[in-house]
Design a protein. Structure first.
Length: 109
């Protein structure tokens, strides 16, 4: 898998490669895109870091933190494995929890 440094660089094909899927149909790609969108929004909501910078702003967004790439991939893998469109906050992957907690700005559950 080629190196991905930003959350916005994650593609369905990169996810399929990460998951070890040999053939990725259009349906699979659409499913992976949906999981990715849910994962990215979850990361943003959990950390209170915006997905994208507001125009003209110097606020950091998710792309400014390369470690969120791994968090997003792991979240997508969990959703793909269980075929669910949500992240179970009570049973979050320990790797993801560690990464997100390190950058968390929002401490309201």
């Amino acid at each position: 898998m080629e190196e991905i440094k930003k959350v916005s660089e994650i593609t369905p094909n990169a996810i399929a490669e990460y998951l070890g899927l040999p053939d990725c149909s259009v349906t699979d790609q659409n499913e992976l895109k949906t999981y990715l969108n849910v994962a990215v929004q979850f990361i943003s909501d959990y950390t209170d870091i915006p997905v994208h910078k507001p125009e003209g702003s110097t606020v950091k967004d998710l792309d400014d933190y390369p470690t969120f790439v791994l968090a997003a991939l792991v979240l997508v893998q969990d959703m793909y494995d269980t075929r669910t469109l949500y992240v179970d906050k009570t049973n979050i992957n320990k790797v993801v929890s560690s990464i997100l907690s390190a950058y968390r700005r929002n401490y309201v559950s």
